[in-house]
Design a protein around this ligand. Structure first.
Ligand code: NDP
Length: 330
């Protein structure tokens, strides 16, 4: 018995390449649950794993794909039975363990989440880690006291995966959303998702030597990091909060001082989706099913097959993928 997978291999010279292959099922890793994968998706990390960057993959050959959704085929765990629909994100699956760019996956039952009734496996992958993370960021901002009455909320990296879903979620929840993008041609896409204001990337990309700037944002969801995160924090209103989600522009924030924390009581909220405990994942998936407008989600989606992945991986690393790429693995 074999399954189809995108296998990443490293040759004797250290060059990494990815190609479609038929793989013996006996080579699936250890785990309690075997899943027939319907859909996977593309995240920034998948771009790194397919091209051998970032030191995420520890051993080759490797099957990338940090997310998948499908149907349980076999289970040694009483929580799951054949026929159950499940979704997996994170837990370093697709990085240090074989992931979802395949027609079969085998994982620990602890890592799976039952798919909410209202969602199809395709919708689950249109959401994926990007959407889960956007939801976790919204929930963290709510916990910090943000409400639609607080004022305008800024989303950076807005035309990307996390950003697009953050814009749609916040807008549906009644927030006034400003969206930062480096792609002027994405403005109408972002307005359709619910952004009221489009902020050009250049406006916030340069470092500022000022410890504070004029107060503009009640809160923010930042997928970009670097100097842009510093600028957003310096512009956040008294008592506001910013959820730090990503590092598309870099991990270091050299132009930041603690002054916004001390003089304006601004909070910086760290968001991790990978090791998030089970109950919080279930809550977030249920919130997504309730709050994410599915017509807007569909507007973000472009669908591809497994063989498109190597090129998509290069594109996402270059910031050229708009919205959500869903992978029909079959
Ligand atoms: P995408 O590539 O889809 O989106 C990133 C967006 O950031 C781009 O679309 C672009 O938006 C913007 N961007 C890219 N490069 C730059 C730059 N140099 N300066 C300013 N803006 C830039 O990736 P994802 O949405 O999947 O992920 C976004 C980030 O979040 C990544 O860093 C990822 O690793 C991280 N992440 C973290 C998670 C967590 O658990 N904390 C989970 C998921 C992702 P635009 O074209 O609109 O300007």
């Amino acid at each position: 018995m074999t399954f189809r997978a995108l296998l990443v291999e490293k040759d004797a010279d250290g060059a990494v390449s990815a190609a479609m292959q038929d793989v013996e099922e006996a080579r699936l890793p250890e785990g309690d649950v075997t899943v027939a994968v319907d859909y996977s998706t593309l995240n920034y990390k998948d771009g790194l794993c397919m091209t051998g960057q970032g030191g995420l993959v520890r051993s080759y050959p490797h099957v990338p794909g940090v997310d998948f959704a499908g149907t349980v085929e076999a289970s040694d765990d009483p929580r799951y039975r054949p026929g159950d629909r499940v979704v997996l994100t994170g837990w370093r699956v697709g990085e240090v363990r074989w992931g979802g760019f395949a027609t079969r996956a085998r994982v620990k039952a602890d890592w799976l989440v039952p798919l909410p009734e209202q969602l199809s496996t395709r919708q689950a992958m249109a959401i994926g880690t990007a959407g889960l993370t956007a939801m976790l960021a919204v929930m963290a901002l709510e916990k910090a006291g943000l409400s639609p009455l607080s004022g305008e909320v800024l989303v950076t990296g807005a035309a990307g995966g996390v950003g697009s879903i953050a814009v749609a979620l916040l807008s549906r929840l009644g927030y006034t959303v400003a969206a930062v993008t480096g792609r002027p041609e994405a403005a109408s896409y972002l307005r359709d998702l619910g952004a009221e204001t489009i902020v050009a990337r250049e406006e916030l990309a340069e470092a500022s030597s000022k410890p504070l700037e004029s107060e503009r944002w009640a809160g923010g969801i930042d997928a970009v990091g670097g100097d842009m995160l510093a600028r957003v924090l310096k512009q956040t209103k008294y008592g506001g909060a910013v959820a730090a989600v990503g590092l598309a522009a870099g991990a270091a924030v050299p132009s930041f001082t603690v002054i916004p924390f001390l003089l304006r009581g601004v909070s910086l909220l760290g968001i991790d989706s990978v090791m998030r405990p089970y109950n919080e994942r279930v809550d977030a998936w249920n919130r997504i099913a309730a709050d994410l407008p599915m017509d807007k989600l569909e507007a973000m989606v472009a669908e591809y097959g497994l063989s498109d992945l190597p090129e998509l991986g290069r594109k996402i690393l270059a910031g050229q993928v708009k919205g959500r790429a869903v992978i029909d693995v079959n």
